[in-house]
Design a protein around this ligand. Structure first.
Ligand SMILES: NC(=O)C1=CN([C@@H]2O[C@H](COP(=O)(O)OP(=O)(O)OC[C@H]3O[C@@H](n4cnc5c(N)ncnc54)[C@H](OP(=O)(O)O)[C@@H]3O)[C@@H](O)[C@H]2O)C=CC1
Ligand SMILES: N[C@@H](CCC(=O)OP(=O)(O)O)C(=O)O
Length: 422
């Protein structure tokens, strides 16, 4: 018996139903799970109007509460975005089935056949931000990997998520799978998060996906095993041997292509040997892109009146806005030291034509993803070819970086003998 089993509440009831659904899902063949996903993709498109109408309620509430437009943008669903979400689901269908994959296998000297195979985790709870597309991404990845999912999105997206989950459940059921494989956690208060964290034995893993306060709370208080995601204080380092045009493109893309997401760059570090040439051009490009630079003395000198003085708070900040911290460093090792001091361990990029510099940077930087001559914005399950992601893990056990299908499985050993005894 678990600590949760003797209590009851609407949240624990959903968890119990999810557990039963998970037992039905686990042995299903790929075709059954894929059929449910295709039904979901079709239903999302067919129910676009209802979803957009529910989303409008959330948007109206957010605007009335004075929510920043960048956050409202994350919350917004349009027919085009819903079509893109449905397309992402179809991409998940096309991915190989993780369930049953043999990750290790051999015949032992005594003739026993040993296979380690992937199996679903069971019931996955995800607590996530006000981005309703995550509701569908998470459900699709969980179903494809044979798991039941409990979705606890932000209260500010409750109407959107309710509408989406209704569509998902109907589609799942129409394909012959238990509707309870996909459930919205009831209630808009954070009590539901607390209950999920106590549901050990009912929920197999919790994935908190959001800001620092959420992650700290769940890591400190959950008795359910947790896969931690993290904030993105991401860095771009421009090496002495960088191609300046490339460095500008990568910097602007990393910072300004979508500043509100966790893989956007928050700090640029520049090798002193290239600073004189790079800083004026970078400042012009950043200013043109509407980015405010918070720089050290060298950056302030390069752009009098253009650069706000940076403090330690800037090195630590995940702005999620059109702001960037900027410093000149004496060499690559100093860049690495700065990153190691301030990073949240998400994504760092180096721009260089030197293979030796790229090698040293990738070896020394201890983050989920290290990009060489590429934007930090690539740290994304879709971009990595995983169909989608359930989150970007910034912890090291079992899963690190964008989490796709294999990360939503565990393994079990199948030992087959012929009357073997030990
Ligand atoms: N590494 C990754 O995979 C990702 C990281 N992020 C990071 O998330 C942040 C943006 O997310 P943001 O919009 O701020 O989302 P929040 O962290 O504010 O909220 C996310 C979810 O957690 C709940 N929540 C927040 N704080 C607590 C708490 N202390 N206790 C219980 N529940 C809590 C919210 O509930 P409610 O809203 O109902 O109060 C919501 O459902 C950025 O820092 C970004 O980098 C975002 C996505 C992916
Ligand atoms: N998947 C994202 C990155 C991770 C993410 O979802 O972050 P966030 O937008 O902060 O919720 C993307 O690049 O599109």
């Amino acid at each position: 018996m678990t600590s949760s089993a003797s209590h009851s509440s609407p949240v624990l009831e959903t968890a119990r139903r999810a557990r039963e659904a998970a037992a039905v899902l686990a042995p299903l063949p790929r075709t059954a799970r894929d059929a449910a996903l295709l039904a979901i993709a079709d239903a999302l498109v067919a129910q676009t109007q209802a979803i957009v109408a529910a989303n409008a309620e959330d948007i109206a509430k957010a605007r009335a509460a004075g929510t920043a437009e960048s956050i409202v943008d994350r919350l917004t669903l349009t027919p085009e975005r819903i079509a893109a979400i449905a397309e992402d689901v179809r991409q998940v269908v096309a991915l190989p089935d993780p369930v049953g994959e043999v990750v290790r296998g051999s015949t032992l000297p005594n003739g026993l056949d040993l296979r380690q195979v992937r199996v679903p985790l069971g019931v996955i709870g995800i607590i996530y931000e006000a981005r309703p597309n995550v509701t569908v991404d998470a459900a699709a990845l969980c179903l494809k990997s044979g798991n039941a999912v409990l979705l606890r999105g932000s209260s500010s997206a409750y109407a959107s998520n309710s509408a989406l989950v209704d569509v998902l459940r109907d589609a799942v059921q129409s394909a012959g799978l238990p509707a309870d494989a996909v459930q919205l956690v009831p209630g808009e208060s954070r009590d539901s998060v607390r209950e999920l964290m106590r549901a050990r034995g009912l929920v197999d893993v919790l994935i908190p996906r959001g800001g620092a306060s959420l992650i700290r709370t769940v890591v400190e208080e959950s008795i359910v095993p947790v896969i931690e995601t993290g904030t993105g204080n991401c860095h771009v380092y421009v090496d002495e041997a960088a191609d300046i045009d490339m460095a500008i493109d990568i910097l602007i893309n990393s910072k300004a292509q979508r500043p509100s997401v966790c893989n956007a760059a928050e700090t640029v570090l520049v090798h002193a040997g290239i600073a004189e040439k790079f800083l004026p051009r970078a400042l012009a490009a950043l200013t043109e892109a509407g980015v405010i630079v918070h720089g050290d003395a060298a950056w302030q000198q390069a752009g009098p009146g253009l650069v706000a003085p940076a403090t330690d708070e800037d090195w630590a900040t995940e702005y999620l806005s059109y702001d960037i911290a900027a410093a000149v460093v004496p060499d690559l090792d100093a860049a690495v030291a700065h990153i190691r001091r301030w990073t949240s361990g998400h994504t760092e990029a180096i721009v260089t034509t030197s293979q030796a510099a790229a090698r040293r940077f990738t070896q020394l930087v201890d983050s989920t993803t290290v990009a060489v001559n590429a934007s930090t914005r690539f740290t994304d399950g879709g971009q990595f070819g995983f169909g989608a992601e359930i989150g970007i893990s910034t912890q090291k056990l079992h899963a690190r970086g964008p989490m796709g299908l294999p990360e939503l499985t565990s393994t079990k050993y199948i030992v087959t003998g012929d009357g073997h005894t030990r």
